[in-house]
Design a protein around this ligand. Sequence first.
Ligand SMILES: *Cc1c(COP(=O)(O)O)cnc(C)c1O
Length: 361
Amino acid sequence: MTVALRATIDLGALERNLITLSGKMGDAKVLAVVKADAYGHGVGACAARLALLPQCAGFAVARVGEGVHLRNAGITLPVVVLGGPAAPDELEVCVQHRLTVAVHDWTQVAWLEAAVPSRALDVWVKLDSGMHRLGFHGDDFASVASRLERAPAVREVPVVMTHLANADDLDDPATPSQLDRFSAWTADFGGERSIANSAGVLGWPDARGDWVRPGLSLYGISPFLTGEGHALGLAPVMTLRTRLIAVKTIEAGAPVGYSGTWRAPERMPIGVAAVGYADGYPRGAAPTPVLVGDRPAATVGRVSMDLTAIDLRGIVQAKVGSEVTLWGAELPVERVARPHGRIPYELVVGLGARAAREYVG
Ligand SMILES: *Cc1c(COP(=O)(O)O)cnc(C)c1O
């Protein structure tokens, strides 16, 4: 069956992006972030490919269940659960599946102290250097570490980590102050450090540390407020395409789509593409760039659940069945997200289950 909407995932590009990122990192080890189904790219295929590379030292996920999924898929490299256990019974699951947990809250410390697991866990301690989301204050680091090191459930605390809140903006002074705070807090720590997400990796050399945690950039997408992945030497991994399922001519003044937010300025051809907000395509009324075949075009009117109208003026070859690229190699997803005030993370992660995933490369 020909499926209209399909996401082609280029595993060769994924591999090259990891090698590119690792090449900029000196000796730092790369923890490939594959949370949220590898940012919508399909964690099974992506992790299996990345695990073959010597540059991939391990994986990071947000939740325990995601770590279990990686183990069940045959991944044997270290897996760090960035959110740590969310309940005491998750600890035993982490032990069984040899997951490393990040610990950010005293409650988790107490769970680890109370647990008598069959085997001890590696624990990363997370400090809150300024984002005020997860992590301990630096003043508590020594006592957290010493309590953890005495807990029977803890094998060792090999790494202290923090997370940058504003690294996507290269002019923001919040990042240097987070870095200063973190380095002061961890000056006496004998283990390793992990600071950088994609924006930290690509934009803030001082954030390198011993373990870097790139997510979005692995998939070829820029983590910064402006610019696109290719300027950073990255190649988009996901290309999302669909087809036109209708082509028609409408009269001047004809409204298009729900609420008629857009009206044809002249008699003109429009096409209707099989994609909608149910697939995660942005619903806002702003014109969104697409390619019809290889010709640039834009959406008109409001996106529906399953359908999106496209201005076909000047694209005489368009017909039912014509291919429409929504984002990817020839149309960076950064350019699709920004007119809607969205971030590219949301678009790739939000791609619905209705899109067939095809793996190439
Ligand atoms: C998601 C996440 C990352 C990866 O972030 P990107 O911006 O996608 O590179 C790194 N570290 C932590 C703690 C995260 O939650």
